[in-house]
Design a protein around this ligand. Sequence first.
Ligand SMILES: Nc1ncnc2c1ncn2[C@@H]1O[C@H](COP(=O)(O)OP(=O)(O)OP(=O)(O)O)[C@@H](O)[C@H]1O
Length: 435
Amino acid sequence: MTDLTPREIVSELDRFIIGQKDAKRAVAVALRNRWRRRQLDSQLADEVMPKNILMIGPTGVGKTEISRRLAKLVGAPFVKVEATKFTEVGYVGRDVDSIVRDLVEVALQLVRERRREEVRARAQDAAEERVIAALVGDTASEATRESFRRKLRDNLLDDTEIELEMTDQGRGMSSFDIPGMPGSSVGMINLSDMMKGAFGGQTKKRKILVKDAYKPLIDEESDKLLDDEKITSEALHAVENDGIVFLDEIDKVAKSSERGSGDVSREGVQRDLLPLIEGSVVATKHGSVKTDHILFIASGAFHIAKPSDLLPELQGRLPIRVELRSLTRDDFRAILTDTEASLLRQYEALIGAEGVTLTFTEDGIDALADMAARVNESVENIGARRLSTILERVLEEISFTAADKSGEAVTVDRAYVESALEGLVGQQDLSKFIL
Ligand SMILES: Nc1ncnc2c1ncn2[C@@H]1O[C@H](COP(=O)(O)OP(=O)(O)OP(=O)(O)O)[C@@H](O)[C@H]1O
């Protein structure tokens, strides 16, 4: 857990998110409150409930991004769920407890990854021994082994095929989404756990290139060095004390005088969510989880429903209200240029991987920001997400041809942007589909 001060948290968030000062401050305070609670004696600490947050603002202005970055910054388990998911017809059981179960899966992966890092050096040595054994056999002399070790370390054997006895498990496929299920986090199945259950610790012979063998071998060797029980209890602890749940579209489950039918199921979702937010115990297959100190960040545009349309009990549990503003053309420009790993830098690097130097001129960036603002105004305001669709369109040609253009340079200026978007902007029908 972090001991960053609110000011420090905000300045970290500033590296990635433009504007939205109030929201940044609110999440920073919520996080600091956790640290403060930890300084109290346990009796009082148990009494202090987290101050959950309601973020109000249009789509694509940074609500999720602020929450996700915050979680990442402090290594907290994080899930995003759409509240409307639980009103869907045919959604079996409408089981809001799955939010907590998903959070546990996320935490298990986080903790495992962290612990793996700690035993990495030892696991690396063990993996190397196994590769050498696969190359030269068990009976080779020490001199042979050493000569192969040197070649290995000089990457001379990268493309040699070896046969290895490996755990028969879909590593790296530990979870997947069920297609067609919105709300990315809920509805995940943990495949590797299923496999573990089904196959136990069975192993299988596999043919594999030396360079591809390291990652799975290191994972396997580190898992041998890890204590599963400790990881589980650490993960449960992380969920209970550091977990963050981002509940999107909360406004869509609010009662609204302007809508008739369906209110029953919407209110039902709020009732289902309430115990989670108020604090209850959820059973998961890894153990039970107390939800009292999980931080909930609810979010919605509240175009039609108002926060006061939520159940009073729910309103009471979301005492911190922050509004996020619509993004302006200048915000778009800043998002393109002033954020770490901004879209421009990503594209420069991606096209750069083909040996093509991509540069954006100042007036080219102006043009991108202008276009994003214009299309948002004339078609639909999807916030900063518009930047991705515009850029994708502007760079479509170079994305397709870069592979044949190694050594060349491409400069994106205003003329380039405008010619790529010619005929699209301004024409409602066209831009609706293409931008
Ligand atoms: N203020 C901002 N600064 C930098 N990037 C932003 C900002 N707002 C949005 N973005 C980018 O736009 C994308 C969408 O933002 P985000 O997911 O936060 O939307 P949101 O406000 O949560 O909307 P929704 O409720 O529809 O999910 C993200 O890729 C994010 O990086």
